[in-house]
Design a protein. Structure first.
Length: 732
């Protein structure tokens, strides 16, 4: 089933039976035009989902009729499912692949041999007949009856939500949680979908509610828009919003009412909002209560741990320098000693300032002179790529923070926590600027009282994608020893020089490692895109491997965004014949063997987190799924292979071009970076700084006149609305 585009009104969803005969046209984004027989009529069909449907196989099609100005009436397919089979052999295959509990191929054959073509009807309506068969208990028969009844009930909510263009996976999750009452749950209060983890925004829920006759100023609608303002703030990194901010956003959303009416209704409802169990307000700072709890708990954990004692051990500098072949300057010596003398400390600095040198020296001293076993030292980073790089430079195994904290798909949480802390003497975390509030809190809950903690990060990089500004807030509190490194030991590196010029407020200039192509303001972006692609191709012709190149951009949309750049970059870096197999995920994104891909949402059960990069290894069925199973996408991540169904793969995207935010924690030999006024909202110094410091050997910068100057003038952007610094100060 695909993830269709949003609409402003419910669609009259229809259910038709038939077969897809042929695909007439297939766009690079996965959109297809095909010919089908639906309800015995030859029909033109369109949609992303068509590429996932087997040809000339019976299907149930869900969708709606549209009229194209040139091609006439078409059926736009939103989702499909395989109908229940009628022949005994078909029923056996169906039962063996539908993932019904305790019903494998052998049992399926046994049932069909006994019940024949009526097997599915008997399973659903006559469990007593099933239980009468040898070696099948009444309890098992009732389990199967419930399963096949649920299949029918689930279809009802899938079809209803498809009218609102909601991904069918949401319907399945709702059904798993509410069972046969799922549709009643949604229709009783559509705004409930904006809560929990359903992933439905206010706009969609609001359209549902209004279509069902809800009052425009109902308490539920006002509460939902208030809560949505706080949820939206989290996606922008803020942990709280003021009353004025929430009112302003509500006025922009409730466009069916005039602003004054909305403002009056919200003001009247403020006291009621403050009593909602999931909201908290203090000094005009509104927040979701779980966010407030995390900030307070994290501050308490850091402050309590900081007050613990650490061993005051002197360092034999002559011995250490002989072992590491490094001469440590005064700032590096102070930082290295500080990490030994404090239970929690932070080292921060830009590229080339010696952070890795200090880490290598610390590990050498701990393992060879301080008698700390290597197994008692844990190294971690927020992403797999950052952990992999940490391992490469230290020769000490590092892992992602999620793996360190031992995520459990069964418990849906970390199994390392206050009652089962990490059994390590030292914990060193790199790339801390990427760590958001929930992950930082989970980490500190798992740190034992005798564990010495070191954070390493660059405070000038972009903050985390998730809520909070952890590294900056902890540094700003003044409650933790911070060792800042300023000296640039890579003064001969053009990229490092450019980065330090940015930090000093100077516009970067071209040099041996930084190539800059400047354009007049308002340049046609199609010509810029063509120039960028030509430069990529030219660099490859000069001997740079494709896998050494990464295109970074501030934006997703537009000709210089990830959506427009990835298809032509794939054609350059991974050309495939039209006959090559492809895989279309829900949402329409197509993949082919060899593609560079990125996970865009945490999938802990697969040991993959948001931002992890991989390569498509193969497109083929999983042998464990049976001979008739649909193909899966096999993706090689840094340390393991993961299989994706079309549903799982909706959170994968091509990664030949990626956003600067997603690149944090990674380094690439060669980076191409377009910086134009298209990204006006994100044009800040820390964005430019983060992008250029991802390059190790060569940076190609394409930029519009004065864009870098504007980024410098605007600095690092508005500070995120958090209270962690305040909480840490209160604890002192």
């Amino acid at each position: 089933m695909s993830f269709p585009r949003a609409t402003t009104e419910p669609r009259p969803m229809e259910r038709l039976e038939g077969q897809l005969l042929a695909i007439r046209y297939r766009h690079a984004n996965g959109w297809c035009i095909g010919q089908a027989t639906l309800n015995a009529q030859s029909t033109q069909v369109v949609g992303h989902v068509l590429s996932t449907i087997p040809l000339r196989k019976p299907q149930v099609f869900y969708g709606y009729w549209v009229t194209h100005p040139q091609y006439g009436r078409q059926f736009q397919v939103q989702a499909t499912r395989t109908p229940e089979p009628f022949t005994p052999s078909g029923i056996v295959r169906y039962l063996a692949t539908i993932h019904c509990p305790h019903l494998g191929p052998k049992t399926a054959r046994k049932l069909v041999d006994a019940l024949g073509s009526e097997t599915l009807l008997v399973l659903r309506e006559h469990p007593d007949q099933v239980a009468a068969l040898p070696r099948i208990s009444a309890q098992r028969a009732r389990q199967w009856q419930q399963f096949f009844t649920n299949q029918h009930d689930q279809e009802a909510i899938v079809v209803w939500l498809l009218q609102w263009d909601i991904d069918p996976t949401v319907a399945r999750r709702l059904f798993d949680h509410h069972g046969a009452k799922a549709l009643d749950y949604v229709q009783t209060n559509p705004y409930a979908l904006t809560q929990n983890t359903w992933g439905i925004g206010f706009h969609v829920a609001d359209r549902m509610a209004l279509s069902l006759g809800w009052e425009p100023l109902s308490p539920e609608r006002l509460e939902a828009v208030w809560r949505f303002g706080l949820q939206t703030a989290l996606t922008q990194g803020d942990c709280y919003q003021t009353t004025a901010q929430l009112q302003h956003q509500a006025e922009t959303l409730l466009t069916d009412q005039d602003a004054e009416t909305v403002r009056t209704a919200l003001t009247a409802g403020a006291d009621r909002f403050a009593q909602l169990p999931d909201l908290w307000v203090d000094h005009d700072q509104w927040r979701l209560i779980w966010v407030d709890r995390l900030e307070r708990r994290l501050a308490h954990a850091i402050h309590t741990h900081h007050r613990a004692s650490a061993t005051d051990v002197p360092i034999d500098w002559s011995w250490l320098e002989a072992q590491t072949h490094v001469h440590y300057d005064a700032a590096q010596q102070e930082a290295l000693l500080g990490t030994l003398h404090h239970p929690f400390s932070i080292i921060t600095g830009g590229p080339g300032t010696g952070k890795t040198t200090i880490l290598h020296g610390l590990l050498t001293w701990l393992t060879q002179r301080a008698d700390v076993p290597a197994t008692a030292i844990a190294l971690a980073a927020p992403t797999a790529r950052a952990a992999q790089r940490m391992t490469a430079v230290t020769h000490h195994p590092a892992q992602t923070m999620h793996r360190l904290l031992e995520w459990s798909a069964i418990d849906h949480g970390f199994t390392r926590h206050a009652d089962r802390p990490l059994a390590v003497t030292w914990l060193i975390v790199d790339e801390v600027s990427m760590v958001d509030l929930p992950l930082a809190d989970a980490l500190w809950q798992a740190i034992g009282p005798n564990t010495q903690v070191l954070w390493i990060g660059d405070e000038h990089q972009l903050p985390s994608v998730g809520p909070g500004s952890i590294l900056k807030d902890v540094i700003a509190s003044g409650q933790v020893p911070v060792f800042r490194l300023h000296r640039n030991f890579r003064s001969t590196s053009g990229i490092s020089v450019a980065a330090h010029h940015l930090l000093a407020g100077r516009v970067i200039q071209a040099n041996d490692e930084v190539a800059i192509t400047r354009y007049a303001k308002g340049v046609e972006k199609a010509s810029v895109q063509a120039a960028l692609l030509n430069q990529v191709q030219s660099a490859h012709a000069d001997g740079i491997p494709w896998d050494a190149m990464q295109i970074l951009t501030p934006i997703h949309r537009g000709l210089l965004g990830t959506e427009a750049l990835n298809p032509p970059l794939r054609d350059l870096m991974n050309p495939q014949p039209d006959s090559a197999p492809s895989f279309t995920a829900q949402g329409g994104q197509t993949f082919r063997s060899g593609d560079r891909v990125m996970q865009t949402r945490n999938a802990y059960a697969k040991n993959v987190v948001n931002g992890d990069l991989g390569f498509v290894q193969a497109i083929r069925p999983d042998p464990e799924d049976g001979d008739d199973a649909a193909p899966k996408l096999w993706v090689q991540f840094p340390d393991h292979v993961v299989t994706f169904t079309t549903e799982d793969a909706r959170h994968l995207q091509l990664a030949y071009a990626m956003t600067v935010h997603k690149s944090q924690g990674s380094e690439y030999p060669v980076v191409f970076f377009p910086l134009f006024y298209d990204a006006f909202v994100t044009l800040h110094r820390n964005l430019v700084y983060t992008a250029i410091t991802r390059a190790k050997r060569r940076l190609y910068l394409f930029t519009e006149a004065s864009a870098i100057w504007l980024a410098l003038r605007r600095g690092d952007g508005a500070a995120r609305q958090t209270t962690l610094t305040e909480r840490l100060t209160e604890s002192s």
